[in-house]
Write a protein that binds this ligand. Structure first.
Ligand code: SF4
Length: 158
């Protein structure tokens, strides 16, 4: 997988697009950049333009009007682009499903590669989701580290 090689020999660029909702997910995304979580230590950086992105993080909900812009941003992304739905709103519509301001789930507007539910998900979970995406690109099973620790335990006879 040529793209996987490229992606792992340089920083992973992530663009965040927030829809409507309470915006707490957006605040948690910013938390991943603080010295406490330091997302950049993994070579993952937030970029200001979708044209420089490998990954599109989407939070919140999108009504029909906002969905036009969502689709436009997705179309402007360089290919391939990977989409991560951050938070229960982006994954399912959450508490807004019966709202006049919600139409259909995100994956009916654009393809989604990883779903990270939570209201909001913790910064650790967001970092884990992005690292799982990197593993997916490498072709490793998503629970490769769990498999290794299981194998080590079996070796020790635990
Ligand atoms: S998932 Fe929860 S925290 Fe995130 S935007 Fe929706 S309501 Fe807010």
């Amino acid at each position: 997988m040529g793209f996987a090689v490229n992606i792992l020999t340089r920083s992973l660029n992530v663009f965040h697009l927030g829809g409507s909702a309470c915006n707490n997910c957006d605040i948690e995304i910013l938390d991943t950049l603080t010295p406490r979580y330091d997302l950049e230590r993994f070579g993952i950086t937030l970029v200001g333009s979708i044209r420089h992105a490998d990954v599109l993080l989407v939070s919140g909900i999108f009504n029909k009007k906002a969905a036009v812009r969502l689709k436009r941003v997705y179309q402007q992304a360089p290919r391939p682009i990977f989409v991560v739905a951050i938070g229960s709103c982006a994954c399912t519509g959450n508490m807004f499903q019966k709202s006049y301001n919600w139409d259909v789930p995100l994956d009916q507007y654009i393809p989604v590669d990883i779903y990270l539910p939570g209201c909001p998900p913790k910064p650790e979970a967001m970092i884990m989701a992005i690292l799982k995406l990197v593993n997916k690109l490498r072709g490793a099973p998503p629970d490769a580290s769990a498999g290794k620790s299981r194998a080590a335990k079996q070796k020790r006879g635990a």
